[in-house]
Design a protein around this ligand. Structure first.
Ligand code: TXA
Ligand code: MG
Length: 333
């Protein structure tokens, strides 16, 4: 790592220690970080995002030993999952320890914890830990976007979302995963999937030695902002359309004087000219997820009246992408 980057990380860690906001890359999406033990610093996150203050945040830790400072009644499964998947795109919901500030848990009895798998994030967390007094140390960080909008996967995205609302933006290039972490709730005696991600529920089940439950849609919805129906949404209304219907839909829209921007998956030569913008997405689900938010941002900025997204396979490998697309479409349109 170059001297300049080391210097920048050091400066960012000092800003965190001083109660300021720092945006940083993780392997999933960029986070908007604050000292999780400082309620005033955490309050700045909610103000910068425009997010309701009762929504809980994920606390990012430099290593899984730190779990004990934040959670109690930690089940063996949590240690096994941490051992296997941390650092990595997995968030565990556990019973919170006494003295954990309400500001990060939204007043709930549980807390979300993860060790991110990005070298820059880990360096930042370690540097911050060195400057931070006391044993309990962590960085609360939601995705670094305005509330309800698309998560940022580049430093430029963060700049356009939050600009001067943050003291510092660390630039680590494009996030390798591109969608938010898998969230597993272990506070209920059995693992429950609260948010699908690149790390599949089936992989979690293998390590946990039991099935991972999927909650009903209404369950938890108000408290988990990622579970609100209209989350991760572009400003332009978005519709999911079967490949076979794209041509007819484009024609219909045109007859109403409307132009569409299209996120296609299968190649449809000849159709791209009918759209205001045509974006060809990767056919592989992991690469599709990697590009998804950048693609949606571009289509959102195209000036089109509608974004048409070609529907994706009904297949476990696409579960996380399907979840994000469904929510992006839920705004109506
Ligand atoms: O990949 C990620 O998880 C990214 C990066 C920055 O780490 N973070 C992220 O944070 O997506 P955020 O705040 O945008 O989404 C976190 C989700 C929210 O839906 C929140 O409600 C949920 O985690 N969450 C946090 N603590 C929780 C808790 N105690 N119980 C239930 N859900 C919780
Ligand atoms: Mg978010």
């Amino acid at each position: 790592m170059g001297d300049t980057l080391m210097g920048e990380i050091q400066r960012a860690a000092s800003l965190l220690a001083a109660g300021e906001l720092v945006a940083f890359p993780t392997e999933t999406v960029y986070g908007l970080g604050a000292d999780a033990t400082n309620p005033e610093a955490v309050a700045r996150i909610f103000a910068a995002k425009g997010r309701p203050a009762d929504h809980p945040l994920i606390v990012h830790l430099p290593g899984h030993d730190e779990l004990e400072h934040w959670a109690v009644d930690i089940p063996d499964t949590a240690w096994e999952l941490a051992e296997q998947f941390w650092p990595g795109p997995l968030t565990l919901i556990l019973k919170r320890a006494a003295g954990v500030p309400d500001a990060v848990t939204g007043g709930q009895q549980t807390i979300g914890l993860r060790v991110p798998g990005h070298p820059l994030a880990l360096d930042l967390l370690r540097q911050f830990a060195r400057q931070h007094p006391g044993p309990r140390c962590g960085v609360a960080a939601p995705s670094a976007n305005r509330f309800g909008r698309i998560s940022p996967t580049t430093a430029d995205h963060v700049r356009s979302e939050l600009g001067d609302r943050v003291a510092c933006i660390l630039d680590g290039g494009a996030c390798p995963v591109g969608i938010e972490s898998t969230i597993i709730d272990l506070s209920r005696g059995r693992p429950v999937l609260l948010r699908p991600g690149q790390l599949a529920a089936e992989a979690v089940a293998l390590v946990a030695g039991c099935e991972v439950e999927r909650p009903g849609r209404a369950d938890d919805a108000p408290r988990v902002s990622g579970a609100l129906e209209s989350h991760y949404a572009p400003r332009t209304s978005l519709r999911l359309v079967d490949a076979s219907r794209i041509s007819a839909t484009l024609r219909d829209l045109r007859s109403q004087g409307k132009r569409a921007a299209v996120l296609a998956r299968t190649a449809s030569p000849g159709l791209s000219g009918m759209a205001k913008q045509w974006q060809q997405a990767p056919v592989d689900p992991a690469r599709y997820a990697h590009d998804l938010y950048a693609n949606l941002r571009q289509l959102d900025e195209s000036g089109a009246d509608v974004i048409l997204v070609e529907s994706i396979p009904d297949d476990a490998a696409w579960e996380a992408v399907a979840d994000r697309l469904r929510r992006a479409a839920a705004k109506g349109g």
